[in-house]
Design a protein around this ligand. Structure first.
Ligand code: CS2
Ligand code: MG
Length: 401
């Protein structure tokens, strides 16, 4: 089966998405997500200028060889731009292979290990009472796991705290600047979880995202302070490149740890997984370089008692989300899947077979990964430059956002 054409489609139905669409001489097509939030055009250039010219004419069934060719063959390996580009191609090729087999992708991976997949949603509030109410609202809708974040007294809004900010980039402008104080944050967050457990009990899984902002000893302290509230996990406690820092955190707290949404390859996760310094690996199909490496990462994690928890924010397209669901349904060591409901306009451009019900997800049984792109509709939402915010300490020092 020959690859006859490759289109790179950029569309912004609510936010920017980059999609790889591969065409074959047998009439089968497949799509893959190649979105890198805030740096989309760099991936488009990498694809159009460097990968697409050497992809056309290749045998679409040789997914492994194509992956190795692009990963090893560039000489310059790794990095978010490279891996998102390879990820888009790899996911599209798996979509085609599963369609050719007439099967949902999870069947090709080895079949379902469970009936449905637990997911978690996001709740936040400017104040603790509002955050508790918002968690309760998700529970009323049948969700069993909720990530809870709260505004910090004395700090203006910053992502992962109150309602007024989201991770939606500030379109067409320069990056928005936010303000951070570790001391104020560390004093307040345990009070949120105390209130949540007092008012909602222990029958809901609670998660929290630190978004890389602490040092290892601070993260160790927060993990200890949160132990009475039995978190499902504490996410991205320290900057993700600070792998050795997890040894210190691990030695001090039994609060489960999750990390990896910004990792690009198995090498970023290897030490953390092999030393069992984390409980959940947050790598996701697009940024890890596709289904091919994700399967390896998930297997490595399984050997070391680390469970999967693919990054599922709405800044990766439904094509990535669907691939995550197929991998998760198969993975014997599946942990949980992040679910950030997409905007209606995003779902209209990317119609999909996946379903959500009763706090659980399922990828559906359509052949392939089950998500398509409506190119006519996509053309109505042109790209707009956007940036993620940056973060500064109160004295102006640039900090981790
Ligand atoms: C967040 C993300 O979902 C999460 O856990 O950390 O929303 C992250 O901020 C964005 O994906 C950045 O693009
Ligand atoms: Mg996160």
């Amino acid at each position: 089966m020959k690859i006859t054409d490759v289109k790179i489609i950029v569309t912004a139905p609510g936010r920017n998405f980059v999609t790889v669409k591969i065409f074959t001489d047998q009439g089968l097509t497949g799509i893959g997500d190649a979105t890198l939030n805030g740096r989309e055009k760099a991936v488009v250039a990498y694809l159009e200028d460097h990968l697409v010219p050497i992809l056309i004419g290749r045998d679409a069934s040789r997914i492994e060889d194509i992956w190795q060719y692009f990963y090893k063959g560039a000489y310059w390996r790794r990095g978010p731009v490279t891996m998102a580009a390879i990820g888009g191609i790899d996911t599209a090729l798996w979509d085609i292979k599963a369609k050719a087999a007439g099967m949902p992708l999870y069947q090709l991976l080895g079949g379902a290990s469970r009936e449905k997949m637990l997911c978690y949603v996001h709740a936040q509030g400017g104040e603790i009472a509002e955050a508790v109410d918002n968690v309760a609202k998700w529970m009323d809708k049948g969700y069993r796991a909720v990530r809870a974040q709260v505004g910090i007294p004395g700090l203006p809004a910053v992502y992962g705290t109150d309602n007024s900010t989201t991770n939606t980039a500030d379109r067409n402008n320069l990056p928005q600047e936010e303000t951070w104080s570790t001391a104020k944050y560390m004093r307040h967050v345990p009070m949120l979880f105390e209130a949540l457990r007092d008012q909602l009990g222990f029958d809901v899984e609670l998660l929290h995202d630190v978004h890389h902002r602490l040092t290892p000893i601070e993260a160790a302290r927060l993990g200890k302070d949160l132990e009475p509230y039995r978190l499902f996990w504490l996410e991205d406690a320290v900057a993700a490149e600070h792998q050795e820092g997890f040894r210190l955190i691990r030695n001090h707290t039994t609060t489960p740890l999750a990390v990896g949404e910004v990792f690009n390859t198995i090498w970023d996760a290897r030490l953390l997984i092999e030393e069992q310094l984390i409980d959940y690996i947050r790598m996701t199909t697009v940024h890890a370089g596709g289904v091919t490496p994700m399967r390896r990462i998930m297997d490595l994690a399984g050997i070391h008692n680390v469970r999967t928890a693919c990054h599922g924010a709405m800044d990766m397209s439904p094509a990535c989300f669907a691939a995550n669901l197929h991998l998760g349904l198969w993975a014997p060591n599946f942990g949980i899947q992040e679910y950030s409901p997409y905007l209606p306009e995003t779902l209209a451009v990317f119609p999909g077979a996946w379903t959500v019900a009763d706090g659980h997800l399922h990828p559906g049984d359509a052949p392939g990964h089950g998500v398509d792109i409506d190119e006519t509709l996509a053309a109505k939402y042109p790209y707009e430059r956007s940036y993620l915010p940056v973060n500064r300490l109160e004295d102006g020092t640039l900090w981790h956002w």
